[in-house]
Design a protein around this ligand. Structure first.
Ligand code: PHE
Length: 344
């Protein structure tokens, strides 16, 4: 029996040393040490041995088991290490390879312009406010001195939802909303950027939906010269220090007097070209001194308070600043157009 055990040990060790495969190694272990393994088989036969022989053979058998187990464990560890090494090699990352560029988006040109304007006015002490795009007839018109049937309502072709509800045609209702919220108790200095809607046929210079930025400053002793200085600062910051402004008389029901502001054409520097249609000036915005009736309806005593207001179109500003020649470019989301204005 001793020889038999030694033969099993020699054979097992030989097979363990020969194999390079983990699965095969497992099979070898089972073949010798498993329930039906050859070593186990021999041990079962020990019952037939004499009392004296049993401990001797038992000891040898235990040794053999130990030797095979140790050999198995050693080999198993070796194979596992080799496998790991191979895997690490296969999965190695060459960190020196150039990376794949990731496409990143950027703010829409209009968003950038609005943010630039917000920064500019915040710097002059304005707060940024918002108002609803679905507006009441009252705030869009009546509170701005445009009673029902006022002919100036035709200046802005309106999308009505019901008799009293509409899509706001300008951001001016936010003037009225803010004054009412402040209850005539404190000065108002606000701008309001937002979308507005008009029944227009879309073409290169018209859109049924566009953007405006409203400005309102109400306090004691606000004068027309304050408006002029504010607009001059805006024009120079937005279009360059060399720009000059000019105010022309105009009409809006909610301002009196009303003005339209032009800036000197930056393409021809005032000499006249096709951008300014030969005049040397480009119209930028409308504004004026807040009409006493509008102050009153807003809860401000026109004997005590005065103010100015203005409204401008960021699309128009962007078009002039960047030479965009079709307003539809802002809404059709052609990435080739948009990405020209993404800052790196
Ligand atoms: N709401 C006017 C428009 O849309 C612009 C404006 C705003 C004029 C404020 C005067 C004062 O045409």
């Amino acid at each position: 029996m001793k020889e038999q055990l030694e033969a099993i040990q020699a054979e097992a060790l030989e097979r363990i040393s020969q194999t390079e495969d983990m699965k095969e190694l497992q099979d070898i272990k089972v073949a010798y040490l498993g329930k039906k393994g050859s070593l186990t088989g021999v041990l079962r036969g020990m019952g037939k041995l004499s009392k004296e022989e049993r401990p001797v053979v038992g000891e040898i058998a235990n040794k053999v088991r130990e030797v095979i187990t140790t050999a198995f464990d050693g080999k198993s560890e070796k194979l596992e290490m080799a496998r790991l090494e191979q895997q690490l090699e296969a999965e190695a990352i060459d960190v020196t390879l150039p990376g794949r560029p990731v496409k990143v988006g950027g703010p829409h040109l209009l968003t950038s312009i609005v943010e630039e304007l917000e920064d500019l006015f915040i710097g002059m002490g304005y707060e940024v406010r918002e108002g609803p795009e679905v507006e009441t007839d009252f705030f869009n018109f009546e509170a701005l001195n445009l009673p029902k049937d006022h002919p100036a309502r035709d200046m802005q072709d309106t999308f009505y939802i019901t008799n009293e509800l509409l899509l706001r045609t300008h951001t001016s209702p936010v003037q009225a909303r803010t004054m009412r919220e402040y209850k005539g108790e404190k000065p108002v200095k606000m701008i309001c950027p937002g979308k507005v809607y008009r029944r227009d046929t879309d073409d290169a210079t018209h859109s049924h939906q566009f953007t405006q930025i409203e400005g309102l400053y109400v306090d004691k002793n606000v004068r027309m010269s304050d408006l002029k200085g504010t607009l001059d600062t805006f024009a120079k910051k937005m279009f360059g220090e060399e720009r000059e402004i000019r105010l022309r008389p105009s009409f809006f029901p909610f301002t009196e007097p009303s003005v339209e502001m032009d800036i000197s054409c930056k393409v021809c520097n005032g000499a006249g070209c096709n951008v300014c249609k030969g005049t040397g000036w480009i119209e930028i915005l409308g504004g004026g001194m807040v009409h006493p009736k509008v102050l009153e309806m807003g809860g401000y005593d026109p004997e005590v308070y005065s103010g100015f207001a203005f409204g401008m179109g960021p699309e128009r500003i962007a078009m002039l600043k960047y030479g965009v020649n079709d307003i539809r470019q802002f809404y059709t989301n052609d990435i080739r157009f948009l990405k020209q204005y993404h800052k790196a």
